[in-house]
Design a protein around this ligand. Structure first.
Ligand code: 4AD
Ligand code: MG
Length: 477
């Protein structure tokens, strides 16, 4: 007999026929009512066991998290809270679970505790909802780009280049620690290593994506990205997923339009396709907010926040304007910022970004035209000679969610910039070739996928929106 999913059965309005499901017991109460979940939906289906005609040994094995196979009759439910239920005619235990050892009890656990049990936490309502939304969001990302003529490019995970020039890379080597061969200068001789050169895990697929945009026109990457920065914050991971579109013949205005349209589109998609999970996460956040002091509570629910982003224009503000606003802001004057803003040229910290978004503009903000000195080498220099065509999209509760730029397409200007920053032309000869052979203006950006999932689900720690987070001192599982 064909197995149905819990989701299908809960939506069914055909009754009194035989159905078959498999799943895990969430709870079993009064020796009678199983709440069964199979991952297809946040909701459980109630399965009613005829306990008088079921042997006691079997009843004892129906415990939280046991895997079971159930056959029964789908009926309209008599009880409150559900439309349908299954009257069990046959129950088989597929996998027992020991309730004394199983760490996830049917009660509220702290997120910290669940992080230590990341292999089991997806069995909770919160994590299953987050991970289903994550899955739908990633589908929406592909759908958006595929519907709009972009080609998906798989850029390398092991690279010899440092796209961001920030030096926060994990090395990839086959040398054993302390046994690496040295060259005549006494330095590690990477010529003898696996790739014959120094390699690392990618911090961004951008440089490779740019070469593809120069032939395929519109491309995007969506893959794992690695940063060895030692920042233990709620918004940083050492391994995260980044989405990087890159488009030929598009300037910074086009880039801003694309980022805004893209984010609105994927959020619109999940609002439409993840109703149950988002309703659950909305409730969860509302509960969470109640435990905060009044002044720190958000005045919008999760669903309201998502709809707000979809329905309203992002505010576009130049870095220079933003600095003026920040310099004259209350927290700056009252010395409330950890990093006070004194002059033009200061790098913006998350506290400043969040002030602009949450307190000043009260909507997503796109900042553009940053000082050249605080941005990467590949960004296009403006006529003023001191700012570059950079853009960051800032989100409430998150800060920076997107970083991007119009790229420097002029070979001579790019070379000058690289020389000034001591970036070896020989290392990036292939990148420079794009500027030699048919160069054209082009732009792109990177969106941190987990930051998007964080915003969409209303979770507050980035470790809770990726199945197995990698952070400093943490690579269990
Ligand atoms: O601003 P970033 O460093 O930009 C780049 O890497 C460019 N090459 C992108 C491009 O133009 N193609 O990173 C882009 C985004 C950030 O805005 C942030 O959302 C996310 O990646 N991000 C991180 N997410 C989680 N953990 C980290 N450690 C992150 N670092 C960056
Ligand atoms: Mg950035």
């Amino acid at each position: 007999m064909n197995r149905s999913s819990v989701k299908e059965l809960l939506q069914s309005d055909k009754f009194l026929h035989e159905v078959h499901v498999k799943g895990w017991v969430r709870t079993f109460r009064s020796n009678r009512f199983i709440a069964l979940n199979d991952g297809s939906t946040i909701n459980n289906i109630q399965c009613v066991v005829d306990f008088e005609n079921t042997n006691e040994a079997l009843l004892k094995r129906i415990t939280t998290s046991a895997a079971v196979s159930i056959t029964g009759t789908l009926v309209e439910s008599q009880g409150k809270g559900q439309k349908v239920e299954i009257n069990v005619t046959n129950l088989e235990i597929l996998g027992d679970s020991n309730p004394d050892e199983y760490p996830i009890q049917p009660k509220k656990h702290s997120l910290e505790f669940l992080r230590e049990n990341a292999h089991l936490r997806v069995r909770t309502n919160t994590f299953s909802a987050v991970m289903r939304v994550r899955s739908k969001l990633s589908f929406a990302v592909h759908k958006y780009f595929q519907d709009n003529g972009f080609n998906y490019v798989n850029t390398p995970i092991i690279t010899g280049s440092d796209a961001e020039g920030a030096g926060e890379m994990f090395k990839v080597t086959n040398f054993e620690a302390n046994k690496a061969p040295l060259n005549e200068e006494g330095q590690i001789d990477y010529k003898q290593d696996f790739f014959g050169k120094e390699t690392n895990l990618t911090v961004s697929g951008q440089l490779e994506a740019e070469t593809y945009a120069m032939a395929l026109g519109k491309v995007y990457t969506f893959g794992p990205t690695f940063r060895a920065e030692n920042s233990n914050t709620t918004r940083h991971l050492a391994e995260f997923w980044m989405i990087e579109p890159e488009v030929a013949f598009m300037d910074l205005d086009g880039n801003m339009d694309l980022s805004e349209d893209f984010i609105k589109s994927v959020l619109g998609y999940v609002l439409e396709h993840c109703e149950d999970d988002l309703a659950f996460l909305d409730q969860r956040l509302t509960q969470e907010e109640k435990s905060k002091p009044q002044a720190q509570r958000s005045d919008m629910s999760l669903l309201e926040k998502l709809r707000f982003v979809v329905d309203n224009n992002f505010k576009r503000v130049s870095y220079t304007e933003a600095i003026d606003i920040l310099r004259n802001s209350k927290p700056n004057k009252k010395k409330k910022f950890q990093f006070p803003i004194n002059e033009w040229g200061a790098d913006l910290q998350s506290e400043h970004e969040r002030f602009l978004v949450e307190k000043h503009f009260k909507c997503p903000v796109i900042l553009f035209d940053y000082p050249a000195d605080i941005k990467a080498f590949y960004m296009r220099l403006n006529e003023d000679g001191k700012t570059v065509r950079a853009m960051d999209v800032l989100f409430p509760g998150i800060g920076e969610i997107v970083g991007g730029a119009q790229r420097e397409e002029r070979l001579d200007v790019l070379k000058e910039k690289m020389a000034a920053l001591n970036i070896d032309e020989k290392e990036l000869w292939w990148y420079l070739d794009t500027r030699k052979f048919g160069t054209a203006i082009h732009s792109g950006f990177g969106l941190g996928f987990e930051r998007l999932v964080l915003f969409t689900t209303g979770m507050s720690n980035i470790r809770d929106v990726i199945p197995f987070p990698r952070t400093p001192q943490n690579a269990e599982f």
